[in-house]
Design a protein around this ligand. Structure first.
Ligand SMILES: NC(=O)c1ccc[n+]([C@@H]2O[C@H](COP(=O)([O-])OP(=O)(O)OC[C@H]3O[C@@H](n4cnc5c(N)ncnc54)[C@H](OP(=O)(O)O)[C@@H]3O)[C@@H](O)[C@H]2O)c1
Length: 306
């Protein structure tokens, strides 16, 4: 008779708040090994079903109930909304939060994570930084476009004891998941790259690779990286402007054909995350008395596109 360990026999109950590209990506890979629920702000239907196209191009039909039950006791909550919606989404699920139920934030940019960690200081708040790439195509299918890596770490004091279990539960998906002792630093590094690529792709309406060599990008990227580096230094993180710029150029080259999320948001008339990227850099710098005119101007320019 099989004697599978208890941890493998019991499926963790996972609530995913936000049934967009990130939420559906994790749902697609976690469904075989978890009991999943979606929380949405709009869906009236009792279930969400969609076609999930995995990284091998194999297609699967995924069917997940929408949580209507305020008594649901999830083992883990994944918050997969865009950054500007994140805090409000968690507030609307407040009755499900508990000091023993970790919440993993998947947002890019900076600011929303710290606001949530401070507001819900008695709830274990973790952040994930991921290089997985996913989008919902015109037919409504979830496309896992690029396989990457995900790092998970604690954002507030009470989260530390939950990191290993949460990473293990996410890792059952088969995606590569690691624990990061300083996930906030990883978020800063990603912020620097996003701030150096995304607004330019939105303003020039071009792919990541096409910004390189463009006058508009070349005239500003040095200043963007200088402002980011100055702010990171002020908050106790090391980042040399030349190294940041070299990394921005390297990522733009390696992801040359990609269309950034900010460009896609502008194209579809959706709000962008610029306020949590270049806008965050401008606001935080100004609050510390540091000038950040180029990040400020890029933020205003992207917002003016809508
Ligand atoms: N997609 C990627 O490849 C990728 C990669 C790395 C990081 N990220 C980051 O992951 C985050 C999510 O990105 P995404 O691409 O998944 O965005 P998305 O496709 O726009 O999905 C966000 C989802 O959140 C839902 N939502 C908003 N407010 C809600 C609320 N109060 N309650 C429940 N659901 C709510 C939205 O619903 P509506 O349809 O009602 O608006 C939407 O379905 C972003 O911060 C992004 O930067 C994405």
């Amino acid at each position: 008779m099989s004697t599978a360990p208890m941890t493998q026999a019991i499926k963790p109950r996972i609530l995913i708040i936000g049934a967009g590209a990130m939420g559906r990506l994790w749902a697609g890979y976690l469904q075989p090994c978890s009991e999943l629920f979606f929380a949405t702000r709009t869906a009236q239907a009792p279930r969400i079903d969609f076609v999930f196209c995995d990284s091998h191009g194999d297609r699967h039909r995924i069917d997940i109930p929408v949580c209507r039950n305020h008594d649901l006791a999830p083992d883990l909550i994944l918050l997969t909304t865009k950054a500007p919606d994140a805090e409000a989404a968690l507030v609307s699920a407040e009755q499900l939060l508990h000091r023993r139920r970790p919440v993993i934030l998947f947002q890019n940019g900076m600011g929303s994570q710290q606001a949530i960690a401070a507001r819900f200081s008695s709830v274990p708040i973790l952040a994930a930084s991921t290089t997985e790439g996913a989008y919902i195509d015109a037919a409504g299918e979830l496309i896992h476009a690029g396989r990457g890596q995900t790092w998970v770490g604690a954002l507030n004091e009470c989260a530390h004891s939950h990191v290993a279990t949460a990473a293990e539960q996410l890792g059952r998906s088969g995606l590569e998941v690691s624990v990061d002792k300083d996930v906030e630093d990883r978020l800063w590094q990603k912020l620097a790259i996003n701030a150096g690529i995304n607004p330019f792709t939105a303003l020039l309406d071009c792919s990541n690779g096409e910004i390189l060599g463009h006058d508009y990008f070349e005239e500003r990227i040095g200043a963007v990286c200088h402002e980011v580096s100055q702010l990171m230094h002020a908050v106790g993180r090391t980042a040399h402007p030349e190294e940041l710029e070299a990394r921005v150029r390297d990522v733009a080259r390696r992801t040359a054909a990609n269309s950034s999320s900010m460009r896609q948001d502008i194209r579809s008339g959706r709000p962008t995350e610029v306020d949590m990227m270049n806008g965050f850099i401008a606001r935080e710098s100004e609050s510390l008395g540091l000038p950040a005119p180029v990040n400020r101007a890029l933020t205003e320019a992207v917002k003016a596109l809508r």
